[in-house]
Design a protein around this ligand. Structure first.
Ligand code: PEP
Ligand code: MG
Length: 724
């Protein structure tokens, strides 16, 4: 509304000027002066004293720049106290370098059709809104109060969501994704390069916006504001003008021009005296690297830790962690994420203790400060005392000993005490995971999440590229089966170049098979690649997010077209692949009897099944307890699905995270699930749990759990039954 108001006023001002009348003055700031006429455009200036504690830094600077950006006039700001030059008030980078602190006097000058309104709005912001704005809540849950809440590093104890078991103690390593190598290359067509840069910036903004939305939901608006500053940097006219100059005047490629511009601004920050301002260089570099990664399409860049450390990050993307070395990364702690969010799944897949969803405060831990975390409870401590460290070290040693004992029997089958065999396979994202799965004794792969092949790039992988990846994974598995899920894009795994339309509720939107059917050419390419890779390998195809029979039949029709095309082209392929579906939408579980005759297997995705059945967002830590897959409501859906599979004579697996939960294993086995698909490092423990059960006792436990009324009651009941 304010923008509309400003535009309406600007139009009125222009009209008045045309008619030779004085422009209307809504509110005139006391200090407003009208200096000598500069050309035909009205010019207004105002001197202001900045009284808010943070000066024009961080959030206040972001608000100042956003307010200035609403007006068409050219607006400059000068720090009179420090005697600086006037800089562009719409540039976050330039405003931040003015070093405006509490008590400083600034001069704001606007020239243009809405100069009056601009000056009034900025004066009001500085004199009233910024001063009155309540300071954000301190970034710690416990521990001593901090002096400057927005910037102070957290101390004491913080609480997040337990994501991957184990304890870690070590120095903090703050992860800023590494920049790809960029040669100083020249390009032929500057206009095309400029378009490429614009596209990458748009995608980067969408990614940051998504991160911001999640942080705001989990930790509140004040905490999410850091991402606003990042967004503003991508709109910064100074940065964009510099890049444009390198591109059009020097003929540099989009990557090289962008890198030069970002490096220049970062160097300017680094040369400033104030440590807070110096630290902004990291923000510029962070944002700049995101764009560079998109431009270069580089998906793998190792994290180079020089010594073992606790990795702290806003969130972890698949490419960030593709080459994480578990020897060096003692633990992971992220600002966002829920227990079945993909950063949590990733940590478990790597077998690294992790706590997620701690809130952005964790990003302010000083580099190298000692951090401890317990991945089973979600506790994080900054600078823990000696007594606590000793206690944690002892617990860690016990946990490690148990892991070693389980790994010794990892390659044996999982058979209950009364002779019932359960297949234990792995959930993977790529080749590295496939190798890890084999090392941990997985009997195959129950879920390959292929959407990871589509993330962090600007165009989809080609058929050839996909064939290569699927074949390499199948070969790493030897004769073991490989269930490949077609891309499940959408929800918390958006791919901006495929689904551009913003959605209010992405988890309820065009996700999984819905998106695949809306983009049949992408699905067909993937299915062709899978049929080709299946030649000589044991590959099965699985469709995600199926809610009704029609979707499955349409997907099968595309599979048939792919077969016929390959036949006509005379390419070798596997004509008879098994086809299954994920049962992860409650509708599919209810309709399992109608779907079962159309498929060779079911795989129950409890991560989504729980969030949809319980109406509890899986990425939101505040509703995590509700989305527990051990809730009797979910157990009944699983029971119903298994019964339908039995009737139709097909096998059924569970590939949601709950399959790796020791308290869930007896229930799933008791309900008649044939296969448990878990993160690679969890395979030995799950096999071990199966070996200690009898099918008969598991069936009894499952029948009892179906009659209970809460997930907690089920957990308590199973825990009591498992006591030696
Ligand atoms: C699930 O929903 O349980 C599942 C395994 O799929 P994803 O976690 O990839 O959504
Ligand atoms: Mg799912």
């Amino acid at each position: 509304m304010e923008t509309v108001l400003a535009e309406a006023r600007a139009a009125l001002t222009a009209k008045s000027a045309q008619l030779g009348q004085a422009p209307p003055q809504a509110i005139a700031p006391e200090e407003a002066e009208v200096p000598a006429e500069r050309g035909a455009l009205p010019t207004r200036s105002v001197r202001l004293t900045v009284r808010n504690p943070l000066g024009l830094h961080a959030r206040p600077a972001a608000r100042f720049v956003t307010t200035a950006a609403r007006f068409a006039s050219n607006i400059t700001v000068q720090n009179l106290t420090r005697g600086t030059q006037a800089v562009n008030a719409k540039s976050i980078n330039q405003v931040a370098t003015l070093g405006v602190q509490q008590g400083h006097e600034i001069l704001v000058t606007a020239e243009g059709p809405d100069a009056e309104e601009a000056v009034v709005a900025l004066a009001h912001l500085v004199e009233h809104e910024l001063v009155e704005e309540a300071p954000p809540p301190p970034p710690v849950l416990e521990g001593p109060p901090s002096a400057t809440p927005e910037e102070a590093p957290p101390t004491g104890h913080l609480k997040g969501i337990p994501a991957s078991q184990g304890i870690a103690i070590g120095p903090a390593y703050l992860y800023h994704p590494a920049a790809p190598e960029v040669p100083r290359r020249h390009a032929e067509d500057p206009e095309a390069e400029w378009q490429r840069l614009q596209q990458a910036i748009r995608t980067a903004k969408e990614e940051i916006q998504a991160l911001r939305t999640r942080a705001a939901r989990q930790a509140g608006e004040a905490e999410a504001a850091i991402f606003d500053a990042h967004l503003l940097m991508l709109e910064d006219p100074t940065l964009l003008d510099l890049a444009r100059k390198h591109l059009f005047e020097e003929g540099l490629s989009a990557e090289a021009a962008w890198k030069e511009a970002v490096d220049h601004i970062a160097a300017e920050y680094r040369s400033l005296e104030n440590p807070y301002q110096q630290a902004r260089a990291a923000d510029v570099a962070d944002v700049g690297q995101r764009v560079l990664r998109l431009l270069t399409g580089v998906t793998v860049h190792p994290l180079r830790l020089e010594k073992p450390a606790v990795l702290i990050a806003a969130d972890l993307t698949p490419s960030d962690t593709a080459q994480l070395d578990p020897e060096q990364v003692l633990g992971i702690c992220t600002a966002v994420g829920g227990p079945t969010s993909h950063s949590a799944i990733l940590a478990r897949a790597l077998g690294i203790p992790a706590v997620v969803g701690v809130g952005p405060a964790i990003l302010r831990v000083p580099e190298g400060a000692e951090v401890a975390l317990d991945g089973s409870t979600g506790d994080v401590w900054v600078e823990p005392d000696e007594e606590l460290k000793l206690k944690l070290s002892k617990a860690h040693a016990r946990w490690q000993a148990q892991q070693q004992a389980e790994q010794a029997a990892a390659h044996l089958e999982a058979v209950t005490t009364d002779g019932h065999r359960v297949a234990v396979v792995a959930n993977i994202r790529g080749l590295a995971d496939a190798r890890l799965a084999v090392e941990h004794g997985a009997e195959g792969v129950g879920l390959l999440r292929t959407e990871f092949l589509f993330l962090e790039r600007l165009s989809p992988p080609s058929e050839e590229e996909q064939v290569e990846v699927y074949q390499a994974i199948a070969e790493a598995l030897g004769t073991r089966p490989l269930v490949v899920r077609t891309f499940d894009i959408g929800g918390d795994k958006p791919v901006p170049y495929i689904s551009r339309e913003p959605e209010a509720n992405p988890f309820l939107g065009l996700r999984g098979i819905r998106l695949a059917l809306a983009r049949p050419e992408l699905l067909k390419t993937q299915l062709r690649a899978l049929l080709r890779a299946g030649h000589g390998h044991h590959i099965k195809i699985m469709f995600p997010m199926v809610a009704e029979r029609r979707e499955l039949l349409e997907a099968r029709a595309i599979l048939q077209e792919a077969r016929e095309e390959l036949e006509r082209e005379g390419r070798p392929f596997a004509p008879e692949v098994e086809v299954g579906i994920m049962v992860e939408v409650p509708a599919a579980a209810e309709l399992a009897d109608a779907l079962a005759p159309e498929v060779d297997f079911f795989s129950i995705g409890t991560n989504d099944l729980s969030q949809y059945a319980m109406a509890a967002d899986r990425t939101n830590p505040r509703v995590a307890p509700l989305a527990d897959a051990l809730h009797p409501a979910i157990l009944r859906l699983i029971h119903h699905t298994v019964e339908a599979a039995r009737q139709a004579g097909i096998w059924v697996g569970v590939c949601g995270e709950v399959a790796g939960d020791p308290l869930a294993v007896p229930l799933l086995v008791g309900l008649g699930v044939d296969e448990l698909s878990v993160n690679p490092p969890a395979v030995p423990a799950v096999k071990n749990t199966v070996r200690r059960l009898s099918l008969q006792s598991a069936q009894k436990l499952a029948a009892e759990a179906l009659e209970m009324d809460s997930a907690q009651a089920v957990r308590d009941h199973v825990a009591a039954a498992l006591q030696p």
